[in-house]
Write a protein that binds this ligand. Structure first.
Ligand code: ZN
Length: 244
């Protein structure tokens, strides 16, 4: 039986999609930004059949002919897991902070080394052998739900990125993960203000030569949310000021 599609518009042209994950409260929120027949995606859920099918159905429902850009807030499995399916040559461009990039291989590709290291750390700190074995192996199960991908664009923070009809500023917010980012909507609307609103830094493209369309000032843009927050966990769209 097909799962119900949990897709709702939370701001003008911005859609929250709830995707299944096997931990926490069982769901993660990702956000689709529509611009004509193209869609940009913020976070992508895990690389599971149900989750990927939901993304595909959401894209169809929004009339998207192409997924243009995938921005991930950090490389934890519920935010980055499907990156290798959705992004890559001929598919979406993947954007992530440069401090997340070196974490990908040890965490999802050269996994055995990490598992050994975690187990050694747990044993040294007094965790009983049996529990250390279970805990260190938990990473192996999660890695099954991650299809890694290298980024097209590595971010530093302070760049402007065009997401759908919105121009959002990358804010580097380390803590939860070294290269964790948030996207900030400064309500950029006017043709003249998009390039001068913030000290924009160009995103550095690592594997593709074509230029990002970041901060193209060609149209007037609606404000994403006034004083609100789109969250990956816990909060739903109604927390936004002025949203339904
Ligand atoms: Zn996380």
């Amino acid at each position: 039986m097909a799962i119900e599609l949990a897709l709702s518009e939370v701001a003008a042209g911005v859609f929250e999609l709830r995707l299944p994950i096997p931990f926490e409260d069982g769901l993660v929120n990702v956000f689709l930004f529509r611009a004509g027949s193209e869609v940009d995606l913020l976070d992508c859920g895990m690389s599971s059949e149900d989750s990927l099918e939901a993304i595909q159905r959401a894209l169809e429902q929004l009339g998207a002919r192409r997924l243009r850009r995938l921005v991930v807030t950090h490389i934890h499995p519920d935010h980055y897991g499907a990156a290798g399916v959705l992004a890559g040559p001929g598919r979406a461009d993947l954007y992530m902070h440069r401090l997340e990039v070196p974490l990908v291989h040890p965490r999802y590709v050269e996994l055995e080394h990490l598992i050994e290291e975690v187990k050694r750390y747990l044993l040294v700190n007094g965790v009983p052998d049996e529990e250390a074995e279970v805990l260190s192996n938990s990473q192996r199960a999660l890695s099954q739900l991650v299809t890694p991908a290298d980024p097209s664009v590595q971010l530093d923070g302070a760049e402007l990125i065009e997401m759908g009809d919105h121009v959002l500023k990358v804010e580097w917010t380390p803590g939860h993960s070294p290269g964790h980012i948030c996207l900030f909507d400064g309500g950029v609307r006017a043709r003249t203000s998009t390039r001068s609103a913030w000290p924009s830094r160009k995103a550095s493209r690592t594997s593709r030569p074509s230029r990002s369309k970041a901060a193209s000032p060609s149209r007037s843009r609606p404000s994403l949310c006034a004083g609100g927050c789109l969250s990956s966990h816990e909060f739903r769209g109604p927390a936004l000021a002025g949203s339904p």
